[in-house]
Design a protein around this ligand. Structure first.
Ligand SMILES: Cc1cc2nc3c(=O)[nH]c(=O)nc-3n(C[C@H](O)[C@H](O)[C@H](O)COP(=O)(O)OP(=O)(O)OC[C@H]3O[C@@H](n4cnc5c(N)ncnc54)[C@H](O)[C@@H]3O)c2cc1C
Length: 293
């Protein structure tokens, strides 16, 4: 097996242009498992973990760009204001996995159970792709994630990172699994409340072939808050029946299957519970923020 160690992004992209079969390796926490189990044996790998261009994150005009090579440990340390992303990062594997594992690797694997992915979907992120000669393109997350473990990057492209608009409002990520750490999600959910646009975004992981949004539940929550006069009143909440209905609508958006980790019925139930909790937490956050300001 040949492993190439480019020092710059352009060098890496030239390698991909000349030899598109080269498999990128970042933290290796997915790829090395595949190699160890002999599921994959690429003849050529290109190490992208040293590329400075992939390791940066920055704010730019109301948006944030998160480089593909930023690890989960760095997200926890350096991006505390992005609460759902930090919560998702904290649940990834163990400290060792979080020290190596990257957002780009999560996107590259494109598993419906990738914990960063529902957050990027709820942020309505676009995925930025790069090819040699300065070619760049950005795909909305739902055009990038096209199926279970399938994404839309071309063979000569690398994932540069993800970009999304910064919103004001509470949000959370939560997941269900048989234990509290080192667990692949049986179901996961990210809820983002956008106070500025008066919108909700809810994304689900591990309950479909890829990450799913719950547009009917999102629209229901927007209407329910308007009916309750809650957009203008941070102390207001929704009634228990409205929370219940929100949970049911989120569960209806799931497209789960039975597998070794859980039944479809359990996963739907988990979505409803996670959704009700996430909405209740959002209201609590608004109340406590309004008390402290
Ligand atoms: C013990 C253990 C526990 C885990 N727990 C979790 C968990 O709780 N939640 C979770 O979501 N994941 C978990 N994972 C999976 C893994 O850690 C994550 O998916 C991580 O984000 C992968 O990142 P990486 O940098 O290690 O990717 P790598 O293994 O280096 O690469 C993964 C894939 O992405 C591609 N790739 C990487 N970077 C790029 C790039 N810049 N451009 C194009 N393609 C690229 C690679 O070619 C490969 O196909 C776990 C893994 C292990 C071994």
């Amino acid at each position: 097996m040949e492993v190439l160690l480019p020092r710059t992004l352009e060098e890496a992209l030239e390698i991909k242009a000349a030899r598109p079969e080269a498999v990128p390796i970042a933290g290796g926490t997915d790829l090395m498992v595949e190699l160890n189990f002999d599921r994959r044996r690429p003849a050529l790998m290109v190490d992208v973990s040293r590329l400075p261009e992939l390791r940066e994150w920055r704010r730019e005009n109301g948006t944030v760009f998160l480089g593909a090579g930023v690890t989960f440990t760095r997200i926890i340390r350096e991006l505390p204001e992005f609460v759902p992303l930090v919560q998702a990062s904290r649940t990834v594997g163990s400290p060792q996995i979080r020290n190596r594992g990257t957002v780009g690797g999560n996107l590259g694997t494109a598993s419906p159970a990738g914990d960063a992915l529902p957050v990027l979907a709820a942020y309505d992120a676009e995925i930025v792709l790069a090819a040699a000669g300065g070619r760049r393109r950005a795909l909305p997350w739902h055009q990038f994630l096209v199926g279970p473990k399938r994404h839309a990057a071309a063979p000569d492209e690398l994932i540069l990172g993800a970009r999304w608009g910064i919103v004001r409002g509470p949000g959370s990520f939560s997941k269900v699994g048989p234990r509290n750490a080192m667990v692949i999600a049986v179901a996961s959910l990210c809820l983002v409340m956008d106070e500025g646009a008066r919108a909700f975004r809810v994304a689900l992981g591990s309950v479909g072939p890829t990450i799913l949004r719950a547009p009917e539940a999102e629209a229901f929550a927007v209407r329910a808050l308007a009916d309750a006069g809650a957009w203008d009143d941070p102390r207001a909440s929704l009634s228990p029946p409205a929370l219940q209905e929100f949970g049911e609508r989120v569960a209806a958006a799931a497209r789960p299957i039975d597998d070794v980790r859980g039944t479809a019925a359990y996963r739907r139930h988990a979505c409803a519970v996670l959704a009700r909790r996430a909405l209740a937490w959002a209201f609590e956050d608004r109340r406590s923020t309004s008390r402290s300001s």
